[in-house]
Structure formats: C-alpha cells, structure tokens
Design a protein around this ligand. Structure first.
Ligand code: PRP
Ligand code: ADE
Length: 172
C-alpha cells in the first residue's frame, strides 16, 4: 500500500506557509496503520531495544502501537506540567513556534536501549530534545523512527550520530 496516499495535506495550517501533513487519515485506516507500525517494528528488530519513547501528542499515537507490537514498554515524553513525578525539562524550537518537553527523571534504567518514535521529522528539534532528555537520565538512544520526513527542512543533518528511518518523504 502507498502510505503517502493516506496522508492528507492541508495548506496554511497552523499558520500561512506551512504545508501540514495530517496523519489522522492514515491512522483511521486499519491497513495503513498496521502497515506503518509493522514497517517501523521490522526496522527495529535485532536492535535489542528495551523501550520505545515518544513525544506528546502525536508521538504517542504511533509510539505506543510500535512498543506493543515489538513487545517492549513505552516511555511518554510530555509537555510541561503533565507528568506527576520528578521531571527534567528541555526547551527547543519548532518549524512553527517553540516547545518544552519533560521526562520523569527515573523513567529509564542506566544503559537501557531506547528507540524514539514520532509521526514526523521536520527540523529535528523535537527528536533532538527527546534524545537529550533520554541521554541525560542514562538511557542509550539507538534509533529514531518516523512515519514522515520533511526532507527540505534537513532535520536529518543534526541527527547524524543516530540510526534514522522514515517511511514517507516530502520535498515540500
Ligand atoms: O522536527 P520538528 O521541527 O521538531 O517537528 C516535528 C514535531 O512537530 C510535531 O509536534 P507538535 O510539537 O506540533 O505537537 P503535537 O504532536 O502535540 O501536535 C510533530 O508531531 C513532531 O513531534
Ligand atoms: N509540516 C508539518 N506537518 C505536520 N506536522 C508538523 N510538525 C512540524 N511541521 C509539521
């Protein structure tokens, strides 16, 4: 199946000039959703992953499904003030605006191998922030997995030390 054909593109959302890639149309299609999850799981097999981590909110949609299918646990990385335990925070810039993410400081045991899953790689700010948070509490980030990559934003360039995989690529 052509996963790209299941993604709806909405121009000028959330602001003028942004071509928004809407995954709601893909994940409501059971075959497209399961194909996307299975392709990510296949890429991670053999890497001895202990946990999947994903950023709020869209990273939860795919990340939890991938974790379940791979048979490992899921670690949520959330927007400020949402996690109840002791957290550490990191602020970063987005394609539009800026954001802060938090992780529980005891979420990952030292040396555990973590793959980050998110719906979309744009500038790479979000995934770099998630990787920094994981590494700062002792986890080892071994792979970054995305449904979509916006290649024209060159996010991959700041992720050279990681294994990066994306399923659907856009050049605008
Ligand atoms: O590579 P980047 O430039 O960092 O952009 C990618 C991020 O932007 C979107 O999340 P957003 O912050 O809009 O939050 P949401 O998942 O809550 O919609 C998307 O889900 C990625 O996490
Ligand atoms: N163009 C885009 N479409 C959907 N989500 C995004 N997150 C950052 N840029 C995006």
């Amino acid at each position: 199946m052509d996963l790209k054909s299941k993604i709806r593109v909405i121009e000028d959302f959330p602001e003028k000039g942004i071509s928004f890639k809407d995954i709601t149309t893909l994940i409501k299609d059971k075959d497209a959703f399961s194909q996307a999850v299975n392709l990510i799981v296949d890429d991670l097999k053999g890497m001895d992953i202990d946990y999947i981590a994903g950023p709020e909110a869209r990273g939860f949609l795919l990340g939890t499904a991938v974790a379940y299918a791979l048979g490992v646990g899921f670690i949520p990385v959330r927007k400020p003030g949402k996690l109840p335990g002791k957290t550490i925070s990191h602020e970063y810039k987005l394609e539009y605006g800026s954001n802060t993410l938090e992780i529980h400081e005891d979420a990952i045991e030292k040396g555990k191998k973590v793959a980050i899953v998110d719906d979309l790689l744009a500038t790479g700010g979000t995934v770099s922030s998630v990787a920094k948070l994981i590494e700062s509490i002792g986890g080892e980030v071994v792979a970054l997995e995305f449904l979509i990559e916006l290649e024209f934003l060159n996010g991959r360039n700041k992720l050279e030390k990681y294994h990066v995989n994306s399923l659907v690529k856009y050049d605008k």
